[in-house]
Write a protein that binds this ligand. Structure first.
Ligand SMILES: NC(=O)c1ccc[n+]([C@@H]2O[C@H](COP(=O)([O-])OP(=O)(O)OC[C@H]3O[C@@H](n4cnc5c(N)ncnc54)[C@H](OP(=O)(O)O)[C@@H]3O)[C@@H](O)[C@H]2O)c1
Length: 298
């Protein structure tokens, strides 16, 4: 039996291991207001009621829409709430994702996050690489991290994370600054990032998988439910396939922090019940046979 801890460390903070990713609270294509604003408000309220104290968001979600919703519903924030954002991308006039990774753009995004979230400082800011296309970023890593460490020195952020990144970049970054989290795509059905999870284990860095239920681009929760190995373990635990996928992540690394996104209170409640599911060795062996659905090519 793998005993699942309910909390873990994110930098110097202790957070519940199941948090909330707020991206699904914007409108379609993560643009504009949610289709049902009251439902979006209800999800945020219920998340905190149920003990979520780690929320992941970003200025380009909406843009600004999701941050403003979070502030409207939760400000003044509970003392123990950790809000994480990401910089490196922006939206153009048509809503397309564009790179915004020059030092002055990173600063401008943090300033905008502070305004829309009504914060004096942000708990954690992830440097998100690769927005706006696969071409390598021409801005040197040292300049990007320098912008974030300057903002940290000015008291505008506390912790620095890295997102959509590689082992080599993490190792290079660690020579400059502590890294509180790595946020990459990873799930039971997309384990290509396993070497980076290993590196995080080695350095005691929190690993925060995005698309923890498999991305909508690769079938999402429906594809998980169609996998016979997940379905059999789910039946044994009287749980849903999504719950087993999240429980597998919790069992995989004790500093794995989940931020499953949902626009539904029912799904939120289902996701938060996962830390009571204890997978045994037989379950974990069965789940090693899950079909690899591949990394989303977003
Ligand atoms: N760093 C990055 O580049 C990056 C990229 C993407 C995301 N993120 C962050 O990572 C978070 C997590 O990603 P995500 O989970 O939102 O990505 P996702 O895989 O695109 O979305 C999750 C999907 O699963 C559904 N869902 C959630 N819980 C469910 C359940 N219990 N049963 C069935 N369906 C369920 C949601 O639909 P319903 O709304 O219907 O529940 C949604 O369609 C995001 O919210 C965002 O904060 C970061």
């Amino acid at each position: 039996m793998t005993t699942i801890t309910q909390t873990s460390r994110l930098g110097d903070r202790t957070v519940r291991r199941i948090g909330f990713g707020a991206m699904q609270l914007a409108g379609p294509w993560v643009l504009g207001p949610p289709q049902d604003p009251d439902a979006a408000r209800a999800v945020l309220r219920r998340a905190v009621e149920l003990g979520v104290n780690h929320i992941d968001t970003a200025q380009p979600y909406g843009p600004d829409v999701v941050n403003e919703l979070i502030a409207e519903v939760l400000h003044p924030y509970p003392d123990d709430l950790v809000i994480a954002t990401k910089v490196g991308g922006a939206r153009d006039a048509e809503g397309g994702w564009i790179r915004a990774s020059r030092p002055e753009q990173l600063r401008a995004t943090v300033e905008q996050d502070l305004r829309s979230l009504r914060l004096e400082h942000i708990d954690l800011v992830n440097m998100r690489f690769g927005v706006g296309g696969p071409e390598p970023d021409t801005i040197p890593l040292a300049e990007q991290l320098g912008a974030l460490t300057d903002l940290r020195d000015e008291g505008k952020l506390d912790l620095i994370g890295l997102s959509t990144t590689s082992a080599d970049v993490i190792k290079a970054a660690l020579e400059t600054t502590p890294i509180a989290e790595v946020q990459n795509a990873f799930s039971i059905a997309n384990r290509t990032d396993e070497p980076v999870v290993d590196l995080c284990r080695e350095h005691g860095i929190a690993y925060v998988p995005y698309y923890p239920l498999g991305s909508a681009f690769t079938g999402g929760p429906k594809a998980l439910a169609a996998d016979p190995s997940i379905a059999s373990v789910a039946a044994k635990h009287n749980a849903s396939a999504s719950q087993i996928a999240l429980a597998w992540l919790l069992a995989h690394y004790d500093r794995m922090l989940l931020i499953p996104g949902t626009s539904s209170v029912a799904h939120l409640e289902e996701n938060l019940a996962v830390d009571s599911i204890q997978l045994d060795a037989e379950d974990l062996t069965a789940l090693d046979h899950v079909t690899h659905l591949g990394a989303p090519s977003f």
